[in-house]
Design a binder for this molecule. Structure first.
Ligand SMILES: Cc1cc2nc3c(=O)[nH]c(=O)nc-3n(C[C@H](O)[C@H](O)[C@H](O)COP(=O)(O)O)c2cc1C
Length: 230
């Protein structure tokens, strides 16, 4: 699921292309969706999917078919840029609309109140793919914490976070001949590992998020672009 508004060019599109390449190379079947292109209305909070229309939302939009795809998936990949320290609005809307796959009643799971999954819904794994504008890795912390918590809510196992700080700068670095390809090769490798072992080794994740240039360089570049508009 690409939760970035950039559906043709953009760092998430590129990251997802490489991840898909790795997944497919290792034999996985991949379904891709651009969340911004879909008609996914906000949850109305009516709880009808837990009562009068069990497992079915009263809203007839693209979430109907998407939910059955998600329910069948072994690995759900959520890609979202960091927007004000979290996921994009449409991606959050998608997660809210996941609720029909759960039952309304409570169960105690791992010492915590949860909703059981409906019959036929795969538990499966979930992977986060995210790029941020800023340079520090702590910019991802609120998003990663949120997605890990959502995994427990959704009954999915968190299988790792593919994180790339100052992702917007990578195309510029590439044009200047900087060896950035290793980042995308590592993302492809992450796809292979995911398809084969359903997890991503730490060294691969570290290669993806590694420092490419100094923070001072990133600040200088962004400031030299935006100062003309001030
Ligand atoms: C509305 C908005 C809010 C953003 N908030 C943050 C933020 O809190 N922290 C951060 O590091 N980057 C932030 N960014 C930068 C994006 O995460 C960054 O541009 C991202 O890499 C875009 O990826 P894309 O080109 O694939 O859409 C924000 C961008 C926008 C448009």
């Amino acid at each position: 699921m690409n939760g970035s508004p950039h559906t043709v060019h953009g760092v998430h599109v590129t990251m997802l292309q490489h991840l898909k390449e790795g997944l497919c190379e290792a034999g996985a079947e991949v379904t891709s969706q651009d969340v911004y292109k879909l008609d996914i209305k906000p949850c109305l909070g009516c709880f009808s999917c837990w009562s009068h229309t069990p497992g079915r939302c009263v809203q007839d939009d693209d979430m109907r078919t998407l939910l059955s795809t998600i329910a069948q998936s072994d690995i759900l990949v959520l890609a979202t840029p960091v927007y004000v320290d979290g996921m994009t609005g449409p991606m959050k809307t998608l997660l809210d609309r996941y609720v029909p796959l759960l039952k309304g009643r409570f169960e105690i799971r791992d010492g915590h109140c949860r909703h059981p999954l409906r019959e036929g819904v795969k538990t499966g794994k979930l992977v986060l793919v995210s790029a941020a504008g800023f340079t520090e890795m702590d910019n991802f912390e609120p998003l990663v914490t949120h997605v890990k918590a959502a995994c427990k809510n959704m009954g999915r196992e968190f299988a790792g976070a593919i994180l790339r700080p100052y992702g917007w700068y990578i195309p510029h670095l590439k044009r200047r001949g900087h060896p950035v390809d290793s980042v995308f090769e590592a993302i492809k490798a992450a796809g292979v590992h995911l398809a084969k072992d359903e997890n991503i080794p730490e060294y691969v994740l570290n290669e993806i998020s590694r420092d490419l240039v100094t923070r001072e360089e990133v600040v200088k570049v962004i400031n030299s672009h935006y100062e003309q508009f001030e």
